[in-house]
Design a protein around this ligand. Sequence first.
Ligand SMILES: Nc1ncnc2c1ncn2[C@@H]1O[C@H](COP(=O)(O)OP(=O)(O)OP(=O)(O)O)[C@@H](O)[C@H]1O
Length: 313
Amino acid sequence: MTAIIQIDTLSKQYDSGTRALSDVTLDIHEGEIIALLGPNGAGKTTLISIICGLVVPTGGTVRVGGHDIRTDWRAARRLIGLVPQEIALEPFEKVINCVRFTRGLYGEGQDDAHIEQVLRSLALWDKRDAATRELSGGMKRRVLIAKALAHRPKVLFLDEPTAGVDVALRREMWEVVGQLRREGVTIILTTHYLEEAEEMADRIGVINKGRLLLVKPTSELMGEFGKKTLTVELTAPLTMIPDELAGRNLRLSPDGRSLAYEYDTRAERTGIAHLLGDLAAQGIKVRDVSTRQSSLEEVFMTLVSEPRQEVTA
Ligand SMILES: Nc1ncnc2c1ncn2[C@@H]1O[C@H](COP(=O)(O)OP(=O)(O)OP(=O)(O)O)[C@@H](O)[C@H]1O
């Protein structure tokens, strides 16, 4: 796979002394959606800002489409579109003019055919002559995306695209992002919403305290860290786990009415059949069983509470 962005041992220490990024190395592949996940202050915005040329790194390099962001910044920046977190639009300006104006910032001439295509793909064509203040919150966010796409970037950064928006609007944004991906745009998004990363991203990078803890395909991350728990409800409560079952790694609930058994979903043998057989052999009657997959949220908490070695994929 071709890397459209190559980040190599990138570091940033602000003048205040805060070390916001430490030795981040990551290749972002053309056409993928990668989500950067991390708690407040993890360094996500700093990373995006460096790639977009808004913050100067103190160490390391970034190449976009092969162009170094410092020595060849003009070519690098032309390949990038940034959708900021805050909605900042000229309230009295028409939608179409806002989008046209952005092309000028990149030194690009008029291209109304492209502007029309962008506005149509974001379902904004009918609103092209409306002043931006007349738009709903969702439409305003789409205008920000249209502006970011006006100069035909190959890479789009979305900084917390759905922060503070309702569920319906979040779904709408996900659809827009899915559509952009189908058009071949590489997308890097930051988010606090694990559900969002799981839903949209091909890969997830977890950042904490300026370090990239890991980058994995979303499904692999879920499979690798995702454990399942089998809960066995008992017809009669137990006071303790019988010695015969001691090696089975069972947890008895405080009321003694259920047993929890954690197992690896990828293991060839989960041990469930044996467990149920052993329970029957001990005369322990089972009322019901249920299983639960650990969520990305639990996976994430495990990662940020137990710092791992840097891994890049
Ligand atoms: N201009 C700045 N000057 C000094 N310190 C800064 C500056 N910008 C960010 N920081 C600090 O760098 C660290 C990383 O901040 P950053 O905004 O990159 O994190 P983030 O992961 O984007 O957080 P959030 O999810 O809250 O947006 C934080 O400790 C922050 O206070």
